[in-house]
Design a protein around this ligand. Structure first.
Ligand code: C2E
Ligand code: CA
Ligand code: CA
Length: 622
């Protein structure tokens, strides 16, 4: 009794009480002794097995259904036909390694320490010996199950970590793939091409390698997309890609840079080979046929070439890409399937660079109000009286440098700033018209608008608002739109013209004849004036062809009920000639140069002051 009271069996911890324990011992007496100790201590999930196959059955089931997995396996060391050592080893290196194992031996055959060690080395966490005493067994069972629980937890953490890493690797792999390859064409991506080009430029400088960068752009791809739809457009892109791959040796790199733009890095070629390869690629693309008749599509490309050699001036990868892009744009501007080889000294390229440089000036000009309005008179040919003024924009920076609109207008267009510029012009032109009205409320102005600006809702509202607020006769306001701008999107532009004319304003088709010059198209264009391009007027006295052309233009314009304005009227002789041809209005240096609006206002007010040195009129279009 005393003996029994002399110790207290520590209770099973709560989760050990719930633990699933499998006791594998064929000797029922020994097995039952452990069973009852555990049961008395509060273990409710005890399972028994007689042999290896029963053990494995329980464990496999637990593997399939994790909630039914054992939290402890007690193995008798004396089970017949079973090598406990082997089983311990096997389990501890398998997926089931998280199940703690206890080996049971009998006291009579208490193994030497060596044997305990070898069970533990094989993977057993503890070795119990019969006869079992609850005071010894319970704390050790507590400990072993807890260790198993900790192991299970850390294995889970490890597994989660491994899953996360694998997931991360997958994401990185997919991202690398997306970055390096174009999914539509399976060609290299812009990013990959850029890094390869950079490497090659370095190799060219240091190892004297030569090559060429071809920048290809599909002609009229937008039209293909619009007419045939995106799917067909994609087919065109894929077909161009396969054509390039087929025609080029594997050592060259082919990439898709963006929507319809491709690039080829030709390695170890001289400029003659680069030119020949470009010609071959261009004709191969032209021979391509996409789709079946009657919806067959053919296409073509223009190609800009930049030779790569150790002494080239552009050394940075972005500079080289810009050069190739510019070369391609020049190839495109020349029309058809042109190929253009980059030449830094080419005036066309120089101008393109100037336009790009002018972008920041326009941006700053808009911010700091560097714009000024000039006015040039447009006279009635019949009596040379003033009909209206054309408003011409000037830009002068804070250093007093003036920029020609021939430069900053294309820069504004390229940088997407043209609508802001047009807004500024319209707003200030209306201010000006109000000021002019003080002296003459008949005088009109014509305002140049870009195709983008004229479709801008803000600009339309501004015009509508100013007309209604000032009660200015809308007929005093003419808008000029160049012919090339008008044909970019004939239908939309026509609608906008109709809308603006609906307010009562007039419209002039500027630079008429410089672009498509299709009378058929003029016929349907709702404009009041045709402004014949200066190139037909300048040399009209000596150029018979110009005379015939202008005569025809006047005749047709009149038959369509439109008035004709001639610009670049530079001599008295030209005035006479144009009057004879029934041109309605004249504009040019001979009749009046563009002058600052302030000066014109001063003249009109009769307080003419000497011209301000800052605003010397610019006399030529550059
Ligand atoms: P444009 O509308 O055809 O303007 C006529 C251009 O010819 C003006 O050049 C004018 O100064 C010049 N000019 C007029 N008479 C003669 C002449 O007898 N001989 C010569 N050699 N040139 C003459 P400017 O002002 O440099 O303008 C160039 C172009 O810039 C304009 O061509 C127009 O397309 C554009 N532009 C000018 N102002 C604006 C504007 O406010 N907004 C927009 N969007 N474009 C503008
Ligand atoms: Ca104009
Ligand atoms: Ca013009």
């Amino acid at each position: 009794m005393l003996n029994k009271l002399s110790y207290v069996v520590p209770p099973l911890s709560e989760y050990v009480g719930r633990a699933r324990i499998l006791i594998a011992d064929e000797r029922h007496r020994e097995r039952n002794s452990l069973y009852s100790i555990l049961q008395d201590a509060g273990c409710s999930q005890l399972f028994l097995a007689d042999n290896e196959s029963e053990i494995l059955k329980y464990l496999r089931k637990g593997y399939r259904i994790p909630e039914q997995q054992m939290d402890l396996l007690v193995l008798s060391s004396t089970m017949p036909k079973m090598d406990v050592m082997r089983l311990c080893g096997q389990l501890s290196t398998s997926e089931l390694r998280t199940i703690p194992i206890v080996v049971l031996t009998t006291r009579s055959e208490t193994p030497p320490n060596l044997e305990v060690d070898s069970f533990q080395q094989a993977g057993a966490l503890d070795v119990f010996s019969h006869p079992l005493r609850d005071i010894e067994v319970i704390p050790r069972i507590n400990l072993v199950v807890r260790i198993g629980y900790q192991v299970k937890k850390s294995v889970q953490v490890e597994q989660d970590l491994r899953d996360k890493l694998a997931q991360q690797r997958q994401i990185t792999l997919r991202r690398d793939q997306a970055l390096n390859y174009d999914s539509l064409t399976q060609l290299a991506s812009r990013q990959y091409f850029t890094s390869e080009l950079k490497r090659f430029l370095g190799a060219s400088r240091n190892l004297y390698r030569t090559g060429a960068f071809l920048y290809l752009d599909i002609n009229n791809f937008k039209v293909t997309n619009d007419i045939w739809g995106y799917e067909k457009g994609n087919e065109v892109l894929q077909k161009v890609a396969t054509t390039l791959v087929r025609r080029l040796d594997e050592k060259h790199l082919i990439a898709r840079l963006g929507s319809d733009e491709f690039a080829v890095l030709l390695k170890e070629v001289n400029h003659e080979t680069a030119l020949a390869v470009s010609g071959d690629l261009s004709s191969a693309v032209e021979r391509m046929v996409i789709g079946e008749s009657p919806s067959q599509i053919t296409t073509s490309v223009c190609i800009g070439i930049v030779d790569i050699h150790p002494t080239m001036t552009a050394t940075k990868v972005n500079e080289v890409i810009t050069c190739a892009h510019q070369a391609c744009r020049i190839a495109k501007s020349r029309g058809g399937d042109h190929i253009y080889r980059y030449d830094a000294e080419d005036p066309e390229l120089k101008r393109m660079r100037e336009v790009v440089q002018a972008v920041s000036v326009v941006r700053q000009g808009l911010r700091e109000n560097w714009f000024r309005l000039f006015l040039q008179p447009i006279m009635r040919a019949a009596d040379q009286t003033l009909a209206h003024f054309e408003v011409l924009l000037r830009l002068m920076d804070d250093q007093g440098r003036s920029y020609s609109p021939g430069l900053f207008i294309p820069a504004a267009e390229q940088a997407g700033l043209i609508a802001q510029v047009d807004y500024w012009v319209v707003e200030h032109s209306f201010d000006l018209l109000e000021q002019l009205s003080v002296f003459d409320d008949d005088i009109g102005i014509s305002i140049n608008l870009s195709a983008v600006g004229m479709q801008e809702e803000d600009i339309y509202s501004l015009i509508e608002d100013r007309l209604s607020r000032t009660l200015i006769d809308p007929q005093r306001v003419t808008f000029e739109l160049t012919e090339t701008a008008a044909i970019r999107d004939v239908r939309k532009i026509k609608d906008t013209i109709v809308r603006l004319r609906g307010l009562g304003c007039r419209f002039a088709l500027d630079d008429f004849g410089s672009g498509y010059c299709s009378f058929d198209y003029v016929k349907n264009f709702p404009v009041d004036y045709l402004k014949i391009d200066g190139i037909f007027i300048r040399n009209i006295i000596d150029d018979h062809l110009d005379q015939i052309t202008v005569q025809a233009m006047v005749k047709i314009a009149h038959s369509l009920g439109k008035k004709v304005i001639a610009e670049f009227v530079e001599t008295e002789e030209i005035i006479d000639c144009l009057r004879e041809m029934q041109v309605d209005f004249l504009q040019g240096y001979c009749l009046g140069k563009p002058e600052p609006a302030e000066r014109i206002l001063q003249q009109l007010s009769g307080q003419h002051k000497p011209p301000a040195a800052r605003f010397e009129p610019l006399h030529s279009i550059s």
